[in-house]
Design a protein around this ligand. Structure first.
Ligand SMILES: [Zn+2]
Ligand SMILES: [Zn+2]
Ligand SMILES: [Zn+2]
Length: 387
């Protein structure tokens, strides 16, 4: 499978027109073995979700690495302040590297993260007040967003804030514009559907409010084109459609490291108990959660029969694309946008979820193979769809 019009080449992969979809796709330029990492990529921008932050989930303000120790994390999520974790040598959090912004006290996992944040966007949006400033225009925008977008969170306006602040700060604006344009290929109708999904019924008035508050916070000659009604709606659609979820957790880093060693039955039982107690106390909300925009990763198309998975091997915002099968040279790589459970459902159900959430009609090899299946769902699926 050769492909014409290569648009991007990077260590073993290239972006070019996809053979399975209307848009672009990611292709290999050499073969990869099952389990091999194809690319690791830093996001263009990432940001923790607003409610997640407000509820005390503690992550580096730049890279989302957990800032709590595993023990602190387990204590908070189980609401058991006396809980003791053994094997402290397996704790991935080293607070001696943590640094704060001297002006507003947001915390970073390292001086490198603090410097990168400052140089990319924080210089523009730092509220210059220790502990935060509720009257700062960026904070007013964040509060308005939180009232429109309650958990479970899927995006955050603060990602858009970082993009605009970077646009003000950087010298090579055309480069960023090119990167954003390559992510931003929606029709007006699609943008409306995405905005509707993000903001609910009153999305038009809410979009206008967000645009007004964004203009007060970051309206400059450099950002004007993004703050017109059309420009702003495109940006919202961009973060809504391309934002990839990130979850980090100090406790799961500890569990992984403990499990890499010979695990004793007592620790094994303790881990089970803690997970049960976390679920009782905190439900599904165990991770520091956020969203990121990736230039290369975002070109990877969905297949119901994927040959890759995305992982976050460093417990921060760096994504890795890992082969889950042997892959030939010049093959398109696919991940699944559906979780395990949804992926095991019928063709009809899978396509319905993809159409509703990702606005495309899946025509992957598996969907083609199952094309003769009747468009019916199992009883189980029907009851889920009625919810
Ligand atoms: Zn960091
Ligand atoms: Zn600051
Ligand atoms: Zn499919």
């Amino acid at each position: 499978m050769a492909c014409s019009k290569e648009t991007f080449i990077n260590h073993g992969v290239k972006i070019c027109p996809s053979l399975e979809t209307q848009g672009r796709g990611l292709f290999t330029t050499r073969s990869f073995k099952n389990g091999e990492t194809i690319i690791e990529e830093q996001p263009l921008f990432s940001c923790q979700f607003s409610w997640n932050y407000a509820y005390g989930y503690s992550a580096c303000d730049f890279c989302m690495r957990p800032l709590e120790t595993a023990e602190e994390n387990a204590r908070r999520l189980t609401a058991k302040p006396d809980l003791i974790l053994p094997h402290t040598e397996c704790d991935g959090t080293d607070k001696s590297f943590h640094v704060i912004c001297s002006k507003c006290a947001v915390t970073y996992c390292s001086v490198e993260c603090k410097d990168q944040a400052w140089n990319q966007y924080h210089k523009t949006i730092c509220c210059n007040m220790l502990g935060g400033n509720p009257n700062h225009p960026v904070e007013k925008l964040n509060e308005a967003w939180k009232k429109m977008h309650y958990p479970p969170e899927t995006s955050t306006i603060m990602l858009l804030v970082r993009i605009l602040a970077n646009f003000i700060q950087r010298s090579d604006r055309e480069e960023l514009k090119g990167q954003l344009m390559s992510l931003c290929h929606h029709t007006v109708n699609e943008e409306e559907t995405i905005a509707h999904k993000l903001l609910g019924q009153e999305f038009e008035s809410q979009l206008e409010l967000l645009r007004d508050l964004s203009t007060k916070a970051l309206g400059m000659p450099e950002t004007n084109e993004f703050l017109t009604p059309q420009g702003f709606r495109s940006l919202i659609a961009l973060i809504g459609r391309n934002g990839q979820g990130i979850g980090t957790s100090a406790f799961s880093v500890w569990v992984r490291k403990v499990s890499e060693n010979e695990i004793d039955p007592t620790t094994d039982a303790l881990i089970d108990t803690i997970y049960q107690e976390m679920e009782t106390e905190s439900g599904d909300f165990l991770n520091n959660e956020g969203s990121a925009l990736f230039a290369i990763q975002s070109a990877v198309n969905h297949s119901c029969e994927p040959n890759c998975v995305s992982t976050f091997p460093f417990s921060n915002h760096t994504v890795a694309l890992v082969a889950s099968k042997d892959i030939e040279e010049n093959e398109e790589v696919f991940i699944s946008y559906l979780d395990e459970c949804a992926l095991s459902r019928s063709r009809h159900s899978r396509r319905k979820i993809l159409e509703e959430n990702y606005l495309f009609h899946c025509n992957c090899s598996r969907c083609q193979l199952e094309a003769d299946e009747p468009d019916m769902t199992s009883e189980d699926e029907e009851s889920m769809e009625d919810d």
